[in-house]
Design a protein around this ligand. Structure first.
Ligand SMILES: O=C(O)CCC(=O)C(=O)O
Length: 296
């Protein structure tokens, strides 16, 4: 039986009541905001991503680039075909600059009650249709990030993204269950968790361009399958924490660490978002692999 998905609670009204905003995040493990990001900024990033896809032959000839209609595939992270695309995303100045978008940082500053540190390890995703098996499984980000449980992920679709298109869903309240045992799973991250015994409710929404979701690192979340016939689902996920909180070295490296920051920054127009964390007095803590010993 398909899982029932209830709607997110919207939190725009709490942005001028930081105590209430924090209380809601503490209660639900997530905050969802409507229409806080300028459409043109997202469309420009969507275009940048799709131009890369097109350069690598992933867009159907004769179609409108911005429709993101796939050619070939499905391809996914970890496959040989995916790495050149990932390297190109990682080099995009607009992709890294967007992690510093003012209304995202404003929501985070209020949530943390202190200045926010955006992690530089930013992730861009292209999710193919007809690839249900590799849809992102239910998991917690904490095991991949560590440092502080009070790290939040911002998940932002690069365009309208209905549930049918494969938006992100969260298991409301699941952050209260600490780190759950992992099992191997197909899809991003490669590790999943069982959730049936938690008796919690999955929540999501038909995302509109400009919406974004923030969720705590212990909050269980998963993608819904991209059920379209031929559309690529594009999204970014960025991570944030309070500047005083501990962080692991890996969060300061590029995603998959395939290129150095020096290589990534080559050709950027501005230095504003390069190495910005190096000026801060960060509390570095070790990373443990103890959560990665998944059961089959
Ligand atoms: O976009 C996806 O399918 C996965 C995103 C995710 O798991 C995350 O942002 O932590």
């Amino acid at each position: 039986m398909p899982t029932e998905i209830k709607p997110f609670v919207e939190s725009n009204d709490l942005l001028d009541q930081p105590d209430m905003l924090r209380a809601r995040a503490k209660r639900d493990g997530y905050l969802f905001f409507r229409n806080l990001i300028d459409t043109d900024t997202i469309l420009q990033l969507r275009r940048d991503f799709l131009e890369i896809c097109d350069k690598h032959g992933w867009i159907k000839e004769g179609t409108d680039l911005m429709d993101g209609i796939r050619n070939g595939g499905p391809y996914m992270e970890g496959q040989e075909e995916y790495w050149p695309i990932l390297n190109d995303f990682q080099s995009l100045e607009s992709f890294h600059a967007f992690a510093h978008y003012p209304s995202i940082l404003d929501a985070c500053d209020k949530l943390f009650g202190e200045p926010t540190l955006p992690h530089p390890r930013n992730i861009g995703r292209i999710m193919f249709p007809e690839n249900v098996r590799y849809t992102t499984p239910a998991h917690q980000d904490y095991i991949h990030i560590q440092g502080t449980e009070e790290t939040y992920t911002a998940w932002i679709p690069l365009g309208d993204c209905s549930q049918y298109f494969g938006g992100l869903a969260v298991l409301a309240g699941s952050h209260k269950f600490s780190v759950l045992p992992t099992k191997r799973a197909d899809g991003a991250g490669g590790l999943g968790v069982e959730t049936d015994h938690l008796n919690l409710t999955w929540v999501s929404v038909d995302y509109q361009i400009g919406d974004f979701l923030l969720f705590q690192s212990l909050t269980v979340h998963k993608a819904l399958p991209n059920q379209t016939k031929d559309r690529l689902r594009l999204s970014v996920d960025y991570r944030y924490q309070g500047q005083s909180q501990p962080i692991t070295e890996g969060s300061l490296l590029p995603h998959f660490n395939r290129m150095s920051w020096e290589e990534i920054y080559k050709g950027w127009k501005s230095e504003k978002y390069q190495y910005y964390w190096k000026d801060l007095d960060l509390k570095s803590v070790p990373f443990t692999r103890k959560y990665h010993e998944a059961k089959r």
